[in-house]
Design a protein around this ligand. Structure first.
Ligand code: 11C
Length: 325
């Protein structure tokens, strides 16, 4: 059955990728509606050989159009205002912003991990932060089998996480997205700092991990860093589990899990890298090895395209699940 679909923020980096992934997935679209701010309204966008005009998002944009699903990626303020309006009009919103992620009434979904949470939606489903998605995927089979006690994230995040301005800072040296030059540099600040000394990005990773894995007992800490890479985030993940494990088994359960590709062949110097993960929908995991400093410790390395699996692909996969339930 074909449905009417809207993309809010259609002219942005993630919005454009949402359209690309929708077409790659042959998403069953009847009518497509594209929305943006007033500034970008009127732009023409081609989708599957047909030209669409981007409309300015207004309070009545969702009325009388029988829109089944709206993918939102226009920032937190737009989501805060318009996602409830859309939900009230009967639309199911898949929201890529952080506005509703920690709302107990809103499911936070990685389709390979907790698709059943979609059923409890009241009109809004949240798409997690990009760094969280590619971290919780390898953690899920480990947690199911060995029960995770503690996680330490150290991230190496690409400039595309800051949108077009981040790419411009790397390629043109503009300093629109960051206070400091990003070329030849690493910036240990992603988003604003909070009173507890952590950045907002670090707290997103900490809180979203527990919510997606349905386990508040897991201890999580994070350091998030911007690096001069265009696409794909990389995360070093240190894990401590309750039960003894064999490294080979951890490799197997990660390789067997949907949505992930195991790249771990030291003899041939094979491991995930952002350059190779870019423009792919999967999460690539490797460098899986024992952490000898604690009883049941493990180190691993995850790379994924932050605009695809970290944002657009995960949102479209949620939308596909919505049609299934
Ligand atoms: C970054 N992770 O790389 C951020 C971008 O909460 O969805 C995505 C922010 C979010 O800068």
């Amino acid at each position: 059955m074909k449905v009417n679909v809207a993309v809010v923020g259609a002219t942005g980096l993630v919005g454009s990728m949402m359209l690309k992934v929708l077409s790659e997935e042959n998403f069953p679209i009847d009518n497509l509606y594209l929305f943006s701010s007033k500034k970008s309204a009127g732009k023409k966008i081609e989708y599957c050989g047909k030209e669409y005009t981007v409309e300015e998002l207004k309070e009545d944009s969702f009325e009388g159009r029988n829109i089944k699903i709206a993918l939102f990626s226009a920032g937190g303020a737009v989501s805060e205002k318009f996602a409830p309006i859309a939900a009230k009009a009967g639309v199911i919103v898949v929201d890529n912003s952080s506005a509703f992620r920690m709302d107990p009434e809103v499911p936070l979904v990685v389709p390979e991990i907790n698709p059943e949470d979609i059923k409890m939606n009241k009109g809004i489903i949240a798409n997690p932060n990009c760094s969280t998605i590619q971290s919780v995927l390898p953690l899920k089979p480990i947690h199911d089998k060995y029960k995770i006690k503690r996680v330490i994230y150290s991230t190496y995040q690409s400039v595309s996480g800051s949108g077009i301005k981040g790419i411009s800072d790397l390629e043109e040296g503009t300093q629109l997205a960051y206070k400091y030059p990003i070329k030849n540099n690493c910036i240990p600040q992603i988003d604003v700092f909070l009173d507890n000394g952590y950045s907002k990005e670090e707290m997103k990773m900490i809180n979203e991990t527990k919510k997606i894995l349905h386990d508040d007992s897991i201890l999580v800490t994070a350091t998030t860093v911007r690096v001069p890479v265009k696409f794909s985030h990389s995360i070093s993940i240190n894990v401590e589990v309750e039960k003894p494990f064999e490294v080979e088994d951890v490799k197997k359960i990660i390789g067997d899990y949907p949505g992930m590709v195991l790249q771990d062949d030291l003899a041939n110097e094979v491991y995930p890298m952002p350059l190779m993960a870019a423009d792919k929908n999967e999460v690539f995991v490797g460098r899986i090895r024992r952490d000898f400093t604690v009883e049941n410790g493990l180190n691993l390395w995850s790379c994924a395209d932050n605009i695809r699996k970290g944002a657009a692909t995960n949102a479209v996969q949620i939308a596909e699940k919505v049609l299934e339930v």
